[in-house]
Design a protein around this ligand. Sequence first.
Ligand code: HEM
Length: 131
Amino acid sequence: MFGTKAGLFVDVFLLVQLLVLPALLVAVAAVRRGKVARHARIMQVAFYAFLLSVIAFEVEVRLGPTPPVPLWILGIHLSFALPALGLWALQLVRGKQAFLDPAAHRRRGRILLALLSATVATGFWLYAATY
Ligand code: HEM
């Protein structure tokens, strides 16, 4: 898709990563204007889009031929990506806590945004180093 050796779903995954951060910023802007339902919906849809594209990416990478991946970059990437995915799921499951303890919700939300930014940045680095 981008003129590299990467397969279709690897490129789709890259595109989703690029779109996810602006989508989350739109969700934060929505809640600041009092649109809580829109905030929660965007967070949910972005999570499932991310999850689906990760699964398609993993299937393609595991089943098809893949150039050697620099393992140290993969290690750095996963050290952001795995906690980010876990925290994202937790934040969605505990959505109601946003009303019971808004300060904690905001704090976790901001940690998640930072982790996701690092995940996307190191994801692009990994892509550039591999394909
Ligand atoms: C993983 C998904 C989510 C993330 C990353 C997230 C992130 C955030 C962030 C960063 C803020 C603070 C915005 C600011 O700077 O003012 C916030 C506020 C808020 N979020 Fe979420 N959120 C998520 C899911 C949800 C869900 C599912 C709900 C459920 C309805 C929700 C309800 C709220 C509410 C009510 C506030 C306002 C809290 C307040 O300041 O009084 N969020 N969220």
